[in-house]
Design a protein around this ligand. Structure first.
Ligand SMILES: Nc1ncnc2c1ncn2[C@@H]1O[C@H](COP(=O)(O)O)[C@@H](OP(=O)(O)O)[C@H]1O
Ligand SMILES: [Mg+2]
Length: 326
């Protein structure tokens, strides 16, 4: 599930179109663009713009949901316990933060959009947490989620019970589909990066009639300035958001005003740099090195866990992402 969900979420990364160049094959993939082609006449442009504005409420809710989930993840990462980490049947790690993030996103979306039918396709389910031996883990998730909701103060609700938490996790078991609206969530993309204290992301998208119409990406450890020039002292915590045909915006997770971002417009691959997975088991480093060489890229690879690399790409920190299946 993790891999297939991740591969779908890759296409949820709405990157603002700037000037596509022959040098950047990724930028020519339609799934990376939400902006309107300039060839569209202004009447058609107006029609698309007005239809996209109907997702404003969902965008506000998605940003709130991802921000609150990021807050929970940041708090857990500061004091991660050995017992917070478990192994899934596919041997990939899952943590109390993955579950807690899914609970918060599901909870906030339903609170913020009460009048809408709710469908969520999410990575985690409650199966393992319902086992006898997971009782303490479930208690810890419930406490962490309740503490986060209380610290935010927006929702005047009684604390969630453990049964509530299990039910809310399983709100993410929708099958999705090509009709209606469906949220798609990876509550922590890059769990291995999260465990290492490196990059990870909360990745949330909305599909309407089978099309991606908005996406948000919370990257709690991504510096607010380019990762190629930032230092350890640079403030971190970015929230990227995009709505169909409205471009991509970035703000800090602690609430700075959003600024519009653009992908790199470099025409010279000798000056370009590329991102790839940190984990060599996820993407072939040797093959991407060969591709980079053929393209004339001189800079060494920038290895980042998770879709945080798509956030970095969307603001032009680098020009390419290479994901090469092994
Ligand atoms: N062998 C593999 N090939 C491709 N992707 C893999 C993989 N093993 C794990 N992944 C996925 O890669 C995601 C992380 O991406 P990246 O390598 O860019 O950091 C993980 O998402 P989760 O952390 O949500 O499980 C995981 O599902
Ligand atoms: Mg995940």
């Amino acid at each position: 599930m993790a891999s297939s969900l991740t591969s779908r979420l890759v296409h949820l990364n709405p990157i603002t179109k700037h000037t596509p160049t022959k040098l950047n094959p990724l930028k020519n993939s339609s799934s990376f663009y939400f902006s309107l082609p300039s060839s569209l006449n202004s009447r058609r442009r107006a029609v698309i713009m007005s239809s996209s504005s109907s997702y404003d409420k969902q965008l506000v809710a998605a940003k709130k949901a991802a921000s609150l989930a990021a807050r929970l993840c940041q708090n857990i990462q500061k004091g991660l316990l050995q017992s917070d980490v478990q192994s899934k049947s596919d041997k990939s790690p899952v943590t109390v933060a993955d579950y807690g993030s899914q609970v918060l996103v599901s909870f906030v979306l339903q609170k913020e959009l009460p009048s809408q039918a709710f469908s969520l396709v999410a990575e985690e389910d409650s199966g393992d947490l319902r086992k006898e031996e997971s009782q303490e883990t479930l208690q810890r998730i419930t406490k962490l989620v309740n503490d986060t909701i209380a610290s935010d103060g927006t929702y005047n609700v009684s604390p969630l019970t453990e049964a509530d938490v299990l039910t809310i996790i399983d709100c993410g078991t929708s099958e999705g589909g090509s009709s209606g609206q469906h949220w798609v969530l990876d509550p922590i993309d890059g769990t291995k990066g999260f465990l290492r204290g490196d990059q990870y992301a909360i990745a949330l998208g909305l599909l309407d009639e089978g099309k991606v119409v908005l996406g948000v990406l919370a990257c709690p450890n991504l510096p607010l300035e380019s990762i190629r020039t930032s230092s350890q002292n640079t403030k971190a915590g970015c929230l990227f958001s995009a709505q169909l045909s409205c471009g991509t915006y970035m703000e800090s997770l602690d609430g700075s005003p959003p600024v519009k971002v653009h992908v790199s417009d470099t025409e010279n691959s000798e000056e370009a740099s590329f991102f790839e997975s940190y984990e060599a088991a996820h993407s072939s480093h040797s093959l991407s090195g060969s591709i980079a060489k053929k393209l004339g890229v001189k800079a060494p690879p920038v290895r980042i866990d998770s879709q945080a690399k798509y956030g970095a790409l969307s603001r032009g920190d680098g020009a390419y992402i290479f994901t090469v299946s092994k």
